[in-house]
Design a protein around this ligand. Structure first.
Ligand SMILES: [Zn+2]
Length: 491
C-alpha cells in the first residue's frame, strides 16, 4: 500500500484531509498546512475541502461531513467553536493563556474503530493491535488548540483560562446501540449490560480481537456518511486560580483569625481572614465565597502578631486577572492598614507549587513569642536563673482544656527551643519571657501549666504560680514569601 493508495481509499470513504493526515501519522505542525504536507509526502492534493467553505470557487466540489471526525477538524466547526467561546466572555479575562478540554461523544470512537476495520479489510498489512491513525485526543491538541490560540490571541498554558467544551452528535445513541448489540453477542455471559465506555472499547474491540465479518453484521464498515456535524452541548470559560501571598501583622487583641461564630451569632465583628479577603479579592474576581485563606499557623483572638508578620496565601479560583502590579499591591496594603487592626506586607502573586511552604513542614517551623507574665511576688534572681534556658527543653502537652471542645484529646511532645526571662522595669512582679517553640505549641499553657496538663511548664519549673498577661508572636520561622517592597513603584 502506498500513501497514495491510502489517501485515495480514505477520500473514497469520505474522510477529510485533516483526518487523512492523521492516517498518514502526521505529527506536530504538519497539520497547519495540508497542501504543503501532502506535497512533502508526494501526494496528489485534491481540492475537495472538508465541509462547506464559501470562499472557494463554485467549481470546487463541496464535500460531505467527514466520516471519521464528524466535522471536528473542519473550518466551519472551528469558527462555530470560536464564536461560542467569545460569547462566554473570554475577553473579560486579563490572562494571556488558555487551556482547552474538549469532551467528545463515543460515536467518534466507534467511527475510528469502523475505519480501522475498513482499512484492515482493504489493506492486508494494517496492524490489528494498534490503531492506524493518530488518536483524536492527540489530533485535537495538534490541530484545534493551535488554531484556538491563534484566533483568540492567547498562548497555550495549563495555568491559563480553562475552556471546557462538550460535543455531541445526533447519531450517537444509534451507533452506540449497534455496538451494544455486538457486545451482547460477544460477551453475553459476563458483560451483557456493559456500558460502552472508551476504555471498554479500546480493550475489547480491535480487528485482532473481533472478526471483521462479525463486526460488519452490526456496524457499517467503512463508517457511513453522517447526516450532520458534531454540535456543542456545553461550553464554559473559567479563569485560572490565582495565588496571592503576603505576610500579615495582627495589631489588635480583639480580632479573631477567621469569622468567630457562637451558636450562629457573631462574637467578633471582623476577622483577619475577612479583612484580607475583602481588600484583595475584588481585584481578581467577583465571587468571594470560594476563596481559600491559608496561613502558617494562627494566633488567638487576644494575641498580637508583630515583627515581619505571619505568611499567608489566598487561593482565588476563576480569577479574571492574574497579574498584581506593585502599584495595586501597595494600594491594597495601604487600605488594609486603615483597618488599624492588621497590616499586610510583601503582597505578591505566587505559584501553586509554592503554597506547599504554608502547609508542609509545619511541625518543624520555629515560632518566636514574647509573653508578659506575672508572679504573686517580686521576681527573684532564682526565678530568672531557672527561666534562662538557652538550650531549650522538651514538654508533653495535652490538648488544652480551652480547645478540647473542638480538638481531639492528645498528648503531643513539643520542643521548646529556647527560653529567656527578664524583669519588667515598671513592675517587679512581672517577667518578660522570650520563647522559641516548635510550631503547634500552646504557649499560654506552657506558662501556667493547664492544671498539670502541660509538663514541664513555667509554673512547674519555678515552683510558683505564674500567670500570662499578654502574648505576642514576634516571628514565624518561614522564609516565604520573599520580601517585596511594594512602595517602590517601578511597574
Ligand atoms: Zn475528519
Amino acid at each position: 500500500m502506498s500513501n497514495q493508495d491510502l489517501v485515495n481509499y480514505l477520500t473514497e470513504c469520505g474522510v477529510c484531509q485533516m483526518c487523512q493526515l492523521r492516517y498518514l501519522k502526521s505529527r506536530g505542525n504538519e497539520y497547519q498546512d495540508i497542501k504543503q504536507s501532502f506535497k512533502n509526502l508526494d501526494l496528489k492534493y485534491s481540492d475537495i475541502i472538508c465541509n462547506n467553505d464559501d470562499e472557494l470557487p463554485k467549481k470546487k466540489q463541496r464535500s460531505n461531513v467527514c466520516t471519521t471526525c464528524l466535522g471536528l477538524f473542519s473550518k466551519e466547526f472551528q469558527e462555530k467553536l470560536i464564536a461560542a467561546i467569545l460569547k462566554q466572555g473570554l475577553e473579560e479575562h486579563e490572562c494571556s493563556s488558555i487551556v482547552v478540554a474538549i469532551s467528545t461523544p463515543i460515536i467518534l470512537q466507534v467511527r475510528q474503530l469502523s475505519m480501522w476495520f475498513a482499512l484492515r479489510q482493504k489493506f492486508e498489512h494494517i496492524n490489528t493491535e494498534r490503531p492506524p491513525d493518530v488518536p483524536l485526543k492527540e489530533a485535537i491538541k495538534l490541530i484545534i488548540n493551535p488554531i484556538l490560540c491563534e484566533k483568540l490571541h492567547k498562548n497555550y498554558d495549563v495555568n491559563g483560562i480553562m475552556i471546557s467544551v462538550t460535543l455531541m452528535h445526533n447519531q450517537n445513541s444509534e451507533e452506540i446501540s449497534n455496538l451494544e448489540k455486538l457486545n451482547k453477542h460477544l460477551y453475553r455471559e459476563k458483560h451483557e449490560n456493559q456500558q460502552m465506555s472508551r476504555v471498554w472499547i479500546e480493550k475489547h474491540y480491535t480487528p485482532g480481537i473481533v472478526d471483521v465479518d462479525l463486526y460488519k453484521k452490526f456496524i457499517t464498515v467503512p463508517p457511513p456518511i453522517p447526516n450532520d456535524s458534531l454540535y456543542i452541548t456545553s461550553i464554559s470559560v473559567t479563569g485560572p486560580t490565582v495565588y496571592i501571598a503576603g505576610r500579615y501583622r495582627k495589631l489588635s487583641r480583639k480580632l479573631s483569625h477567621t469569622p468567630w461564630l457562637l451558636n450562629g451569632i457573631r462574637v467578633m465583628e471582623d476577622s483577619v481572614e475577612e479583612i484580607i479577603i475583602r481588600s484583595i479579592v475584588p481585584h481578581f474576581c467577583a465571587e468571594q465565597s470560594k476563596i481559600i485563606f491559608m496561613s502558617s499557623g494562627r494566633e488567638d483572638v487576644d494575641v498580637r502578631c508583630l515583627g515581619k508578620g505571619r505568611p499567608f496565601v489566598l487561593e482565588i479560583p476563576n480569577a479574571h486577572r492574574t497579574k498584581l502590579i506593585k502599584k495595586d499591591a501597595f494600594m491594597m496594603e495601604s487600605n488594609i492598614e486603615k483597618s488599624l487592626q492588621i497590616s499586610v506586607r510583601d503582597l505578591q502573586t505566587a505559584m501553586r507549587e509554592e503554597t506547599v511552604h504554608i502547609k508542609t513542614g509545619e511541625e518543624k517551623k520555629h515560632k518566636f513569642y514574647r509573653a508578659l507574665c506575672k508572679l504573686e511576688e517580686p521576681v527573684t534572681i532564682d526565678v530568672l536563673e531557672k527561666l534562662n534556658l538557652p538550650e531549650g527543653f522538651l514538654i508533653d502537652q495535652k490538648t488544652p482544656l480551652r480547645v478540647l471542645h473542638r480538638r481531639p484529646l492528645l498528648t503531643r511532645p513539643r520542643r521548646i527551643h529556647s527560653l529567656r526571662a527578664r524583669v519588667c522595669q515598671n513592675n517587679l512582679k512581672a517577667v518578660i519571657l522570650d520563647v522559641v517553640t516548635q510550631a503547634g505549641t500552646y504557649v499560654k499553657e506552657l506558662v501556667h501549666g493547664d492544671f498539670g496538663r502541660t509538663s514541664p511548664s513555667i509554673t512547674s519549673i519555678i515552683g510558683k504560680p505564674i500567670d500570662i498577661i499578654s502574648l505576642d508572636v514576634i516571628a514565624v520561622g518561614l522564609e516565604w514569601p520573599a520580601e517585596v517592597d511594594n512602595s517602590l513603584i517601578n511597574d
